[in-house]
Design a protein around this ligand. Structure first.
Ligand code: PGA
Length: 254
């Protein structure tokens, strides 16, 4: 299976910078890179980046994602964007990112509805789960992730599982430079697959795509993508640096 390399640009880049960034990444990506790349620019730049991607050399390998969506399709929800509104623009949506959970107080019950909203509109949710440092130090990492998954996947059927991506993103590793040890990532990916198996059956546990995210850099990317069962990476900071992001893409194929 192709690796999935997702760039989460967060609230960085103007529209002009966003167009330039994808152009520069494209110029450095090798024809043999072999991965699917998902750019998640700010919502303000989606339309322009989509048009730009269509002009690029490696356009076949690129998709577009939104960083967050609301769980309703329309209504009086000032400032929100729905899956119905972006379904023609994006293939993916990041859901339940730890910054949304922490800064915007998103709860798992809302995240479950967001996952359902994505699936209703044929958008693949990239569902983020992961424990905080305090939870890890207390030995609760597995339980936290299992509990998040149980609620977040609450509206999903087994058939829908192939249309979802799960990103294991330990909160303490995000934006800190304190990346997770590959052995710990292997173990947590095993926990995630094991729980999917329990919820949906063995086949589904093996087939769901699971990524790692948290301080991914060119120097550590391969140590995760070579883990059996790790289907790719969710990259934050390094994804807005075209040299680093293109290197991560080039390094990630098997
Ligand atoms: P980071 O962010 O790569 O900067 O740690 C990852 C993320 O927020 O998804």
């Amino acid at each position: 299976m192709k690796k999935l390399i997702v760039g989460n640009w967060k609230m960085f880049t103007t529209t002009a910078e966003a167009e330039l960034l994808v152009e520069r990444v494209d110029a450095k990506v090798l024809p043999t890179h072999g991965s699917e790349v998902v750019f998640c620019p700010p919502a303000t730049a989606l339309e322009n980046v989509k048009a730009k991607l269509n002009t690029l050399k490696h356009k076949q390998s690129y998709s577009l994602g939104i960083q967050n969506i609301y769980d309703q399709d329309e209504g009086p929800f000032t400032g929100e964007i729905s899956a119905a509104q972006v379904k023609d623009l994006v293939n993916y949506a990041i859901v339940g990112h730890s910054e949304r959970r922490r800064i915007f107080a998103e709860r798992d019950t809302e995240i479950a509805k967001k996952v359902a909203a994505c699936l209703r509109h044929n958008i693949t949710p990239i569902l983020c789960v992961g424990e905080t440092l305090a939870e890890r130090e207390a030995g609760h990492s597995k339980r936290v992730v299992v509990d998040q998954l149980t609620v977040d996947l609450g509206y999903m059927t087994a058939q829908e599982l192939e249309n979802i991506v799960i990103a294991y993103e330990p909160v303490w590793a995000i934006g800190t430079g304190n990346f997770a040890k590959p052995d710990d990532v292997r173990e947590m990916i095993g926990v995630i697959r094991g729980h999917i198996e329990e919820l949906y059956g063995e086949i589904h546990g093996a087939h769901v795509r699971v990524l790692y995210g948290g301080s991914v850099e060119p120097e550590n990317a391969r140590s995760y993508t070579r883990i059996a069962g790790c289907d790719g990476l969710l990259v934050g900071g390094a994804s807005i640096n075209y040299i680093k992001f293109s290197e991560i893409i080039n390094l990630s194929h098997r």
